[in-house]
Structure formats: structure tokens, C-alpha cells
Write a protein that binds this ligand. Structure first.
Ligand code: NAG
Ligand code: NAG
Ligand code: NAG
Ligand code: NAG
Length: 474
């Protein structure tokens, strides 16, 4: 708990106190009166992997190699710390544990590995070629590749947050760094930073989403530089209004430009992908209208500048976090009155559909834009949640599976949102689901014990693969 407050400024302490009191009351109320938990889906379809898995079952399942029981996080408890509400509020540096109390995936989701390593569907024709529409990057397997990782976790200090650089922690086992994703039916060329930058000459790549999006951004910065410091890379955040506000811990995003190829890589923090608007700007503790059907103003303003856009949202969608942030759902410019949308999972689904639809509607105006919605990044808390003793202690790669075979994405909201649009799905859920060993785990903060981050990933690590999948499709 202490660790969650690491790096706090005195100014924020009062804010945190309010959050603490709220969550204490909520937790207390929850314990006293489980009825309050009716915001938890009743037939909860949390990502769950259990030993009573039908082996050899239908399409859409990952396979499980052994019969160890793995139960991923499924306890919903209000968060302890508030994150940035509007663009001017402060963001806590240590957002890693507060995110992701909840996650909903196709239910139930099984992990199931064919121990021979052979794929179930040998008949499918091999379709090779970069960016081939017919190939599904989410199907394939993890293989050990001694040429990995693509950059050094010691070296990439310029862009990699210390809290995510597992090489800088007390972790001793780095086997997770040597895995490479091998899609089944498509060619994914070896990633080369220089070649990628040349392909992205004069282009702007933008990540907009929560801290998992920020991980993907940092990963890409490290990948294109090979993790070697590059002093000529320019910080051009000011072009996008992304500068640290006085008193803020960090800006709402970062923008870097590589002078050689004039390639720009950007990240903007928007945890919900909703437009947030203070309801009473004159009130310092105002609530925020969270417009479920209106994209963040940053995106509306700058989409014309982007050549590649990668959106994501997911782990901020829980009642506790909405309450703590004082986010009030709005639809059609008015407070939401639709009880169905008010249900948190429906709200999230509604928002994903809204934003994808909006981006799709913009594509005719910006034909050069390639837009992706990135499916949800799975968490791997076992035996509880981040604040109830959950952990992800396994450090051995591929012990819950290495092969993924699926028809539809493991993220049904993302899957259905992009269907029928020109927005592509960057489907990372299945491959990431079998990477339980790749999280920060108990090494999240040097010298502390009992803190577990089974949500964010070690870098270098799994998000590098998300970028390889992206690079193959742009
Ligand atoms: C693995 O898959 C192959 C190909 O479909 C199949 O022949 C084999 O029996 C499977 N092995 C197991 C252990 O399920
Ligand atoms: C850099 O790329 C941008 C497009 O992202 C373009 O507008 C600009 O002219 C380029 N600058 C140079 C110096 O080529
Ligand atoms: C400011 O907003 C909070 C709710 O966020 C409300 O409780 C409070 O009464 C408001 N204060 C004023 C002066 O309107
Ligand atoms: C999500 O919303 C879309 C469109 O509103 C709807 O068609 C779909 O059934 C919803 N999916 C879920 C899982 O609720």
C-alpha cells in the first residue's frame, strides 16, 4: 500500500485521502452488504483459466499444456488512488497497480496447449505476405529465439520507465525476454528499427489509451532505437500541447521525432477513450462529464496529423475508478439515463463501439490514416487481486501454454466493434494470455515486498510483440 503512494507530492495527499476514505467506505460497504456489488456481472465472465478445461475442444480456445489451475484476477474492489480526470489534473506516477481491477473477456476463456506443439488446423492454406488481410496475427505460437530481446532493458533508459524495466529490479530470471511470436499463417518479418523508420518516413504514429498503451509506446521507442540512447531525437510535445503543467508530475503524453526520417511517435493518455469535460469548471472538485459517445478532444483535434493510430481502453472500466475520478457517464451530451448503458461493461462496450465508429467515419477524410483498435491486455493475478494477495509468481515461459488458435478475438467487444469498419483490430489478447510470466510481478518496486503488478508487462517483453504485429500491418 505504501508503495502506491511512492512519489506523491504533498499537494496530492488530500486527494488521495478522499480516495482512500471513499474506497474504505466502499470496501466496508461491500463487505457488509454484498448487494452493493451488483455492478459486478452476475454470471461473471472474468478471464478464467481452470484445470477443468475440455481438452481438444472447439475453435476459439487456447490450449493448456498441463493441468495446473490458473485463475486470473476476478475480484472487484474500488481503487485506492485517483488518476487524472481532465487534461489539467495531475496524474500519479505509480499508476500501475491502480489500473485493472476488472477485466471481461469471452467467457469462459480456456488456455489449452497441444503438447506436440502442432497446430490443430493443418489444412488452412499458408498465406504469406506483409499486411495480408487474410492472415490472423493472433494465431500462432511462442518460440524461443536467442536473438531476443530487441533492445536492452538496461540500455533503453531514455524512454523506458524504471518501473517497467525489469532488468533494473531484483528479478533474476529473464527467460521471458527471449520469446518471439510466430504467427501461424502469416509472415512477420524480423523487426529492424532502421528499416521501420524508413518505412515510416514523414509519418506520425500515435498511441492513445491507458498505461498499457503507454507501455506499447515506450516499447516502440526502444525498438526503433535498439535501446541505444539517441540524443538527436527531438521532444516535440509542445506541437501537441503536451507539456508538463506546473505542479504536474508528468504531461498527458509525449511526442518524439526522429530527425533522420522525420518520423514522429506519440502517446496520449486517455484511459477511457471518452471526452472528459468538467461539469463545473469553477469548482476545483468538480465532477467530469464522461462522454461515452464523444472521442477525446485531443483525438478530434489531431487525428488529421496521424498516419497510424492505435487506440486502447479496458482496465479503467470499473465503478470504483469512475467514482474515484468523479466521472459521470454522459450520452448525447446529457447525463446517461439508459440503465442498460449504465452497467459498466455495457458502457465500456458502448464506448469502444462509439469511438471505432467515429474513427471509421473519419477515414474517408484522411485516406492515409491506418487506424487500429488494440484488444485488451490480459492480467494474470492468481489467488486474489492486486490488493487481496493475488500474485503472478511463475517465471517460466510457456508453462500455461504457447500456442493460440482462435477464430474470433478473445476480446469480443473489440472484435465486434471493428467488424464492418475499416478500423483494424490489433489483436494481442490471445498471444498475451499465455504469457503470465511476463508481468512485473512482485518485482514492481525495488526493495518492497508484497506489491504485485500482474497487469503491466516487463519491458523488453510482451508489448514488443504487439508492435511487431503492428509493424507487419502498416
Ligand atoms: C496435437 O495436434 C495434432 C494435430 O492436430 C494431433 O494430431 C495430436 O493428436 C494433438 N496432440 C494432442 C496431445 O492433443
Ligand atoms: C515531416 O513530416 C511532416 C508530416 O508528418 C511533414 O508535414 C513535414 O513537411 C516533414 N518535414 C520535413 C522537413 O520534411
Ligand atoms: C463542487 O463539486 C462537488 C461534486 O463534485 C460538490 O459536492 C460541491 O458541492 C461543489 N461545490 C460547489 C461550491 O458547487
Ligand atoms: C456491444 O455493443 C454493440 C453495439 O452497441 C452490440 O451490438 C453488441 O452486442 C454489444 N456487445 C456486448 C458484448 O454487449
Amino acid at each position: 500500500m505504501k508503495a502506491a503512494f511512492y512519489g506523491l507530492r504533498a499537494k496530492q495527499i488530500s486527494l488521495v485521502f478522499v480516495a482512500l476514505i471513499c474506497s474504505t467506505i466502499l470496501i466496508w460497504a461491500w463487505e457488509k452488504n454484498p448487494i452493493l456489488t451488483n455492478f459486478i456481472p452476475s454470471h461473471s465472465s472474468w478471464l478464467q483459466v481452470s484445470s477443468d478445461v475440455p481438452t481438444g475442444s472447439a475453435e476459439g480456445n487456447v490450449r493448456m499444456q498441463d493441468t495446473k489451475s490458473h485463475k486470473f484476477g476476478h475480484v472487484l474492489v474500488p481503487p485506492t488512488v485517483i488518476e487524472s480526470g481532465g487534461s489539467h489534473s495531475e496524474v500519479l506516477e505509480e499508476e500501475h497497480l491502480q489500473e485493472g481491477e476488472s477485466l471481461q473477456l469471452s467467457a469462459p476463456t480456456y488456455v489449452f496447449v497441444n503438447s506436440t506443439g502442432s497446430t490443430k488446423d493443418g489444412q488452412k492454406e499458408m498465406i504469406l505476405g506483409q499486411g495480408n488481410e487474410a492472415c490472423n496475427y493472433a494465431e500462432g505460437k511462442w518460440v524461443v529465439d536467442e536473438k531476443r530481446p530487441l533492445y536492452s532493458g538496461y540500455g533503453c533508459k531514455q524512454w523506458l520507465s524504471g518501473m517497467w524495466a525489469c532488468r533494473l529490479t531484483q528479478r533474476m530470471n529473464f527467460d521471458y525476454e527471449t520469446l518471439r511470436w510466430q504467427p501461424k499463417n502469416c509472415q512477420m518479418d524480423e523487426f529492424e528499427g532502421e528499416i521501420f523508420l524508413k518505412r515510416m518516413k514523414d509519418k506520425t504514429i500515435a498511441f492513445v489509451g491507458d498505461s498499457l498503451g503507454r507501455q506499447q509506446f515506450q516499447s516502440l521507442m526502444c525498438m526503433v532505437t535498439g535501446g541505444v540512447g539517441q540524443l538527436d531525437v527531438m521532444d516535440v510535445g509542445v506541437e501537441y500541447g503536451l507539456v508538463k503543467a506546473p505542479g504536474a508530475i508528468r504531461p498527458d503524453g509525449w511526442v518524439y521525432r526522429f530527425p533522420g526520417t522525420n518520423t514522429t511517435i506519440l502517446y496520449y493518455w486517455s484511459a477511457s477513450l471518452c471526452d472528459l469535460e468538467p461539469i463545473d469548471p469553477s469548482n476545483s472538485s468538480t465532477e467530469y462529464a464522461m462522454h461515452l459517445d464523444r472521442p477525446p478532444s485531443f483525438l478530434r483535434r489531431f487525428i488529421s496529423q496521424f498516419d497510424v493510430l492505435v487506440l486502447n481502453t479496458g482496465h479503467h472500466w470499473n465503478r470504483g475508478k469512475l467514482n474515484a475520478n468523479r466521472w459521470v457517464m454522459y450520452v448525447g451530451g446529457k447525463p446517461n439515463t439508459d440503465m442498460e448503458i449504465a452497467e459498466i461493461w455495457n458502457a465500456r462496450n458502448f464506448t469502444i463501439h462509439s469511438i471505432v465508429k467515429w474513427v471509421d467515419s473519419q477515414l474517408p477524410k484522411y485516406p492515409k490514416l491506418k487506424a487500429f483498435y488494440r484488444s485488451i491486455s490480459p492480467r494474470h493475478f492468481v489467488g486474489g487481486d492486486w490488493n487481496t494477495g493475488g500474485s503472478c509468481d511463475n517465471e517460466n515461459p510457456m508453462s500455461i501454454g504457447k500456442e493460440v488458435s482462435q477464430d474470433e478475438s478473445r476480446d469480443p467487444s473489440a472484435w465486434s466493434a471493428v467488424r464492418g469498419t475499416k478500423v483494424k483490430l490489433l489483436d494481442i489478447t490471445g498471444p498475451s494470455q499465455v504469457r503470465d510470466e511476463g508481468h512485473i510481478s512482485r518485482f514492481s518496486i525495488k526493495g518492497t515486498t508484497g506489491v504485485q503488478d500482474c497487469l503491466h508487462w516487463c519491458l523488453p517483453g510482451v508489448p514488443d510483440t504487439w508492435n511487431e504485429m503492428l509493424a507487419a500491418q502498416v
